[in-house]
Design a binder for this molecule. Structure first.
Ligand SMILES: Nc1ncnc2c1ncn2[C@@H]1O[C@H](COP(=O)(O)OP(=O)(O)OP(=O)(O)O)[C@@H](O)[C@H]1O
Length: 579
């Protein structure tokens, strides 16, 4: 399927649910155009009546007024119906795109930029609105009006029509040449809006780092540069559009002068009546609006096609099977984990992150993963959650290959606490209920007690309904971690994956975290990526990873004697060090 036909398919896919409104709006617009077409004929009748010194009859006047007022009212109603449909299309496109985005594979989203994705939902979709309103429907009605006017002109005077057509063909050719440029410029303009969103998002995501680096000025310049590119491309669209507009306006003037000159001569020679020339000129006048509408409509369609292409890029990315809304009863028994000869790389062109990872974390209790930075510890968690698929080897949870688990059931069985930003903007309650929206108040209280968050809730001005800020900035690092653990626990996981914070926690928070992990490990399996000696000291099993492999497993005491790397990591108290 070519890109253009794919974009058309996308566009028609959006309009399908609104075909009733489209037909109604289109019919009303067409009726209004037809009443417009009747006006010059009525004018001719009036002029003829004056010429023959006949008085204007009541019915003729009434007909003229009815056609005029009725046409305007029907036209207004048609526009409203079409605009309504346009809003509906934008709404559906947004909902569908967001649905698609949130169901993409993590590996696909890694390659996209959040700011650009945001622009596709907020900005590109708005361009779809005009495709079917001032784009297609008005163009069709303009084409209809154009054809009608041409027929009437042929009836009035064939020779004058030929003069008119010669000029129109010239303009048509010129505009046809301009259309691909308008589409290109629109596509680039939308892409640069996305680019600007991406640059801005980069700054907002690392607001404090940008400030502490004194980089505001440079980042403002970077956003301004992206905004300038968007402006320049917008100006390019305006340039090609106005060129097309000027061509149509010039053509109208040229035709008018030519018809007036030739028509005047024909009236003088007696080949044409004055009333026919007046009617012809009125029809000519009528041509200007539909031609301008056709050009504008074509421009809108080009913009819409460009937007549809960008939306389609996202829609055509591979998604994963639905993984939310698991409603089955989860067996709450702790689940063990097995890795056997796992090989994994993040992309075909990337080095292997897991070369041969094998270990078994028994059901229940705590297993700690340690090793130098970049050893592949967080990747173990990403593979367990099936954010990425391994290339070789076997990964099993509760003895069952994770490829054989329905994704929703697998993720419902696992609680995952990531290291960075584990808290979302919103209230504390919303954060806790994210993974278990129907959790009972008693369970909520129990999770808060278990994660030592009761004091925090009492301290906050609005308790559980206090806002925690973007990425939870209003909480301390330790509190964020514990909120994330409480959230994961509310799902009653059979396996809890905990990526411990690398930043230093104060002694109180560190002690609290240790207590929480120990208590949670009593009721479920805990797999923790440990960065602190205090965490591994309480582990039932320690897995030492290095360079994509497991180099040793054992207890703290055993590994202190048996593994040099572990001894080194443990004696520095810091269980991660640069590779
Ligand atoms: N999404 C990703 N895309 C591409 N490469 C990645 C991705 N995530 C991690 N990597 C690479 O994979 C390697 C292992 O990363 P991983 O996060 O598993 O290490 P780690 O042992 O958890 O390190 P740390 O203790 O520093 O968090 C790193 O070299 C990293 O650059």
């Amino acid at each position: 399927m070519s890109e253009a036909s794919g974009s058309w398919r996308t566009l028609f896919g959006y309009v399908r649910p609104y075909r009733g409104l489209l037909a109604l709006g289109g019919a009303l617009t067409l009726i209004s155009s037809l009443t417009g077409l009747a006006m010059p004929l009525l004018a001719k009748t009036v002029v003829d009546a004056f010429g023959a010194q006949r008085p204007l009859t009541g019915p003729l006047l009434a007909l003229t007024v009815t056609v005029l007022v009725g046409g305007a009212l029907v036209g207004a109603l048609g526009r409203y119906v079409l605009e309504r449909m346009g809003e509906g299309i934008v709404y559906s496109a947004r909902v569908r795109l967001v649905d698609r985005m949130l169901r993409l594979r993590v590996s696909e989203v890694d390659r996209l930029r959040p700011g650009d994705l945001l622009a596709r939902v907020t900005s590109d979709t708005t361009l779809l609105r005009v495709v079917f309103t001032s784009g297609l429907v008005e163009s069709i009605s303009a084409a209809f009006m154009l054809a009608g006017a041409l027929v009437m002109m042929a009836v009035l005077d064939g020779f004058l029509l030929l003069v008119t057509l010669a000029v129109l063909v010239l303009v048509g050719g010129l505009v046809g040449l301009l259309m691909p440029r308008i589409k290109n410029a629109s596509e680039q303009a939308q892409a640069s809006v996305g680019e600007m969103g991406a640059v801005l998002d980069r700054v907002l995501q690392a607001f404090r780092t940008v400030k502490s680096s004194g980089a505001e000025g440079r980042e403002i310049t970077a956003v301004a540069a992206a905004a300038r590119r968007a402006r320049d491309r917008g100006v390019a669209v305006a340039w090609w559009t106005s060129l097309a507009g000027t061509a149509s306006w010039g053509a109208a003037q040229l035709t008018f002068v030519a018809v007036l000159g030739v028509g005047g001569a024909r009236v003088a020679s007696g080949a044409l009546t004055v009333s026919s020339l007046v009617a012809f000129l009125l029809y000519l006048f009528y041509l200007v609006a539909p031609i301008a509408q056709l050009i504008q409509g074509a421009t809108h369609v080009q913009g819409g096609l460009a937007a549809a292409a960008r939306i389609r890029q996202i829609e055509s990315l591979p998604g994963e099977e639905p993984a939310d809304g698991f409603s089955g009863r989860v067996d709450a028994a702790p689940a063990g984990v097995t890795f056997e000869g796992v090989v994994f790389r993040y992309g075909d062109d990337r080095p292997a992150v897991h070369r041969d990872v094998s270990f078994t974390a028994p059901a229940g209790g705590m297993t700690a993963l340690v090793g130098p930075s970049g050893a592949g510890k967080s990747t173990v968690f990403a593979l367990l959650e099936r954010f990425y698929e391994r290339q070789a080897g076997r990964i099993a949870v509760d003895g069952r290959d994770i490829g054989h688990w329905p994704l929703a059931e697998l993720r419902a069985a696992i609680g995952y606490v990531e290291q960075d930003a584990p808290v979302l903007d919103g209230t504390l309650r919303e954060n806790l209920l994210l993974a278990a929206p129907h959790a009972r108040e008693a369970d909520l209280r129990r999770a808060l007690r278990l994660t030592r968050l009761e004091d925090l809730v009492t301290r906050l001005p609005a308790g559980l309904d206090s806002m925690v800020g973007h990425r939870g900035v209003m909480l301390s690092g330790g509190e964020r971690q514990r909120v994330a653990i409480a959230r994961a626990l509310l799902r009653r996981p059979r396996l809890l994956l905990l990526d411990e914070a690398t930043s230093q926690l104060d002694a109180v928070n560190e002690l609290l975290l240790r207590e929480v992990i120990a208590e949670v490990a009593a009721e479920t399996t805990v797999l923790v990526i440990a960065h602190r000696l205090s965490t591994v000291a309480g582990a039932d099993l320690i897995v030492v990873m290095e360079d994509g492999r497991v180099r040793a497993t054992g207890t703290h005491a055993g590994l202190l004697h048996g593994d040099a790397l572990y001894r080194e990591l443990a004696t520095t108290q810091l269980l991660t060090r640069p590779a």
